[in-house]
Design a binder for this molecule. Structure first.
Ligand code: NDP
Length: 277
C-alpha cells in the first residue's frame, strides 16, 4: 500500500516539498504519495488529526504552524526542543514524533555541498528567529572559532547566545550583538537568517563584515540575488549562495527519518536553483 505524507502550511501553494519528496521517492524506489495540506488558521490540530485518521504516516510543517506542531507532538527530538519548533512529524500509532531538520540541513549544505568547513572559522548569523535558533547547536557542533548572532532586536540575539552557551559541550565563543557592534569585525562565513530578503530589505550591515575569501549565504531561496547577496557582492565577496540547498537537505533528513534511506539531493538542488543574477 502506498504510504501517505504531506506538508502542512498556510499558505501552501508555494511549497516545493511535494516536488522534492516525489523526486526523492523516485530515485530511492520508495512507494509514497506526498501532497499539500492547507491548514486552517487556528485549526492545525484538527487538520493533522484528519490526515492521521486517513492513514497519513508523516508531515512536514511550514509557516505558520511550526509552533503548533511543537505543541501537538508527544515525542520531541532534541533538535525540536532546542529550536522550540517542529518541521517534521512521524506518526506511529498514538505517538507523534517530532524533529526540526532546518539547522542540520543548513550545516550539511554549507559543509558538505558547498565544501565550506565551519570548523575554526569566524561565523556570523544575522537574525535571531526560528531559523537561527534551530541552527545554533548544529553550527556549534562544527566547532567554529567564534559564533556571533546579530539582530535588530538585540535582546533576542543575547538570549539565543545565552541559550547556546548553556547547551554547547565545546568552548566556542558565542556572542549576541546589535548590528552597530559589527563594525570592524570581519567574518569568514556570514549567514542571513533574517526574513528581510522576503521583503527585499537589507539588514544594516557594515561592508567590513566580510573577511578575505568569505562566503555569504542567504537562507531565503528562489529570489535570485537578494539585497543581502548584492551587498556582499559589492563588498567583494565571491562565494554567494542562497538557501535552496538547505531546503533540499532538510527534506532529505526527513525522508531518511521516515523511510530509512537518504536520497542524493543534487538533482533536486539543480532543478530548484534560481540563478543568482
Ligand atoms: P522569524 O520570523 O522567526 O525571524 C525573523 C528574523 O528576521 C528576526 O530576527 C527579525 O528581527 C529579522 N528581521 C526581519 N526583518 C528584518 C529587517 N528588515 N532587517 C533586519 N532584520 C529583520 O523567521 P525565521 O527564522 O523562521 O526565517 C528566517 C529566514 O530563513 C526566512 O527568510 C525564511 O524564508 C528562511 N528559511 C529558509 C529555510 C530553507 O530551507 N532555506 C528554512 C527556514 C527558514 P527582529 O527579531 O528584530 O524582529
Amino acid at each position: 500500500m502506498t504510504d501517505r505524507y504531506a506538508v502542512i502550511g498556510n499558505p501552501i501553494e508555494q511549497s516545493k516539498s511535494p516536488l522534492i519528496h516525489t523526486a526523492f521517492a523516485q530515485v530511492t524506489g520508495q512507494d509514497i504519495e506526498y501532497t499539500k495540506v492547507l491548514g486552517p488558521l487556528g485549526g492545525f490540530a484538527q487538520a493533522v488529526d484528519a490526515f492521521r485518521a486517513a492513514g497519513g504516516r508523516g508531515m512536514n510543517v511550514t509557516a505558520p504552524f511550526k509552533l503548533d506542531a511543537f505543541a501537538y507532538a508527544t515525542d520531541l527530538a532534541p533538535s525540536a526542543q532546542m529550536a522550540g519548533a517542529v518541521n517534521a512529524m512521524k506518526f506511529e500509532g498514538d505517538p507523534v514524533y517530532a524533529e526540526n531538520f532546518d539547522g542540520v540541513g543548513l550545516v550539511r549544505d554549507v559543509v558538505h555541498n558547498l565544501g565550506c568547513a565551519l570548523r575554526g572559522r569566524r561565523v556570523l548569523v544575522l537574525g535571531a528567529g526560528g531559523a537561527t535558533r534551530g541552527a545554533l547547536l548544529p553550527m556549534l557542533a562544527e566547532q567554529p572559532a567564534e559564533l556571533v548572532i546579530a539582530n535588530r532586536t538585540v535582546a533576542k540575539a543575547e538570549e539565543l547566545a545565552a541559550l547556546g552557551r548553556q547547551h554547547q559541550s565545546g568552548q566556542v565563543p558565542l556572542q549576541g550583538l546589535g548590528y552597530a557592534q559589527l563594525l570592524g569585525r570581519p567574518f569568514d562565513v556570514v549567514f542571513n537568517a533574517t526574513s528581510a530578503s522576503l521583503t527585499a530589505e537589507l539588514p544594516p550591515l557594515p561592508d567590513s563584515v566580510y573577511a578575505a575569501g568569505a562566503l555569504a549565504y542567504d537562507l531565503t531561496y528562489g529570489k535570485g540575488l537578494t539585497p543581502f547577496l548584492q551587498h556582499a557582492q559589492r563588498a567583494g565577496v565571491q562565494r554567494l549562495h542562497d538557501g535552496v540547498g538547505m531546503l533540499a537537505e532538510q527534506a532529505a533528513e526527513a525522508f531518511a527519518w521516515w523511510r530509512g534511506v537518504r536520497p542524493d539531493t543534487r538533482a533536486v538542488i539543480a532543478q530548484l536553483t534560481v540563478p543568482l543574477v
